[in-house]
Design a protein around this ligand. Structure first.
Ligand code: NAP
Length: 338
């Protein structure tokens, strides 16, 4: 097949409206050809807003559209695997939002579906395709901070809206699933290792029961990762990587700006007070959602690999699952990717 890869959006989700659809309008290799919602009125309105040619009033109609090659799945977390398998069974490739599954068992079922139906499936961790993270890994691998020993992450926002999908245990919401998945993903990426064991301290909201303040330690073979995430704190995000000879800060690690350069700070620690030992690297302005959709589309056409494939998604899910176990047992737990 030639031309741009034709995508369908499964659900008029906020992330699709705010980020993905506008970003995909800039794609070289992808175009949004249809959108589906449980409400035809909503999908029509979404299609009008982004100039999308087709709008459906049910998800099944979208999956039955022979023109659509890729389904973008931004449903609430508990529906990721179910609808991604349905899409795969109709011969569609799937880019599914993070976190792709609630459990390793679920993620395994999706991997099996991918292989049974011969389609490509990826987890929409757009951060992993952003040049700032590729550069961060290059700097660490190149020895710019000496030997990497510690990864430190923080991600928080304040949201107590009862109807928000993040504030529902039934929908697999909460801090660890919604945002803890990022520092897990990126510390694994930069260490280029899997944690041997993990421990978590989890505080749940007394009424809605989602985890609202979670801190974790990940013990990697060559160092340690720590992070705190919260759904009920001031909006903030940062990741830092400390080595024997330097420190690398990723200023806006997750919601990278699209209107100004991202910045990496490198500090050799020689001047604690005046910051004179600090070097700032600015990355060219880009949109990680555009990059992600282009790379996935190229992989569909056999050019390059799927960014964030199922094998990596299973390893990430295993860490999240082990952290939840640790929150219950109060002990170190071993991620089991099965
Ligand atoms: N990569 C990122 O930067 C990023 C950022 C934010 C969110 N996300 C991920 O994207 C997913 C959606 O998050 P969101 O904030 O966009 O959520 P949202 O606005 O609530 O969208 C979820 C959509 O799912 C559909 N849906 C189907 N069954 C539903 C049900 N029982 N209850 C509620 N909605 C249902 C709805 O579409 P219709 O009504 O049109 O059918 C709804 O618009 C989550 O997995 C989240 O982790 C990723």
């Amino acid at each position: 097949m030639s031309g741009k890869v034709k995508w369908g959006i499964l659900g008029a989700a906020s992330i699709a409206r705010r980020r993905v659809a506008p970003a995909m309008a800039q794609c070289e290799s992808a175009e949004v050809a249809a959108v589906a919602s449980r409400s035809l009125e909503k999908s029509k309105e979404f299609a009008r807003q982004f100039g999308i040619p087709k709008a459906y009033g049910s998800y099944e109609e979208l999956l039955a559209d022979p023109e659509i090659e890729v389904i973008y799945n931004p449903l609430p977390n508990h529906l990721h695997v179910e609808w991604s398998i349905r899409a795969a069974s109709r011969g569609k490739h799937v880019l599914c939002e993070k976190p792709i599954a609630r459990t390793v068992g679920e993620a395994r079922r999706l991997l099996e579906a991918r292989d049974d139906y011969g389609v490509k499936i990826g987890e929409a961790f757009m951060v992993r395709t952003h040049p700032q993270w590729l550069r961060a890994r290059e700097l660490v691998r190149g020895g710019r901070i000496g030997k990497l020993r510690s990864a430190v992450g923080f991600f928080s926002y304040h949201n107590i809206e009862p109807e928000n999908v993040r504030n529902s245990t039934e929908f697999a919401g909460g801090a660890l699933m919604d945002i803890g998945c990022y520092p897990v993903k990126l510390s694994r990426f930069i260490f280029d290792e899997e944690p041997r064991r993990v421990v978590a301290c989890i505080e749940r909201d007394p009424s809605i029961r989602t985890d609202r303040l979670t801190s974790a330690i990940l013990e990697f073979p060559t160092g340690q990762g720590i992070f705190t995430v919260s759904t009920q704190l001031v909006y903030y995000q940062r990741m830092q990587f400390l080595g024997t000879e330097g420190r690398l800060d990723v200023e806006i690690p997750f919601n990278a700006p699209t209107d100004k350069p991202c910045r990496l700070f490198l500090d050799n620690g020689k001047d604690l007070y005046r910051g004179a030992s600090q070097v700032i690297e600015s990355l060219p302005i880009c949109n990680q959602f555009t990059i992600q959709a282009d790379l996935f589309s190229k992989a569909v056409r056999g050019q390059g690999e799927v960014p964030n494939p199922m094998e990596d998604a299973i390893a990430n899910t295993a860490v999240l699952e082990a952290l939840f176990r640790s929150g219950e047992t109060g002990r170190w737990e071993k991620p089991e990717a099965l």
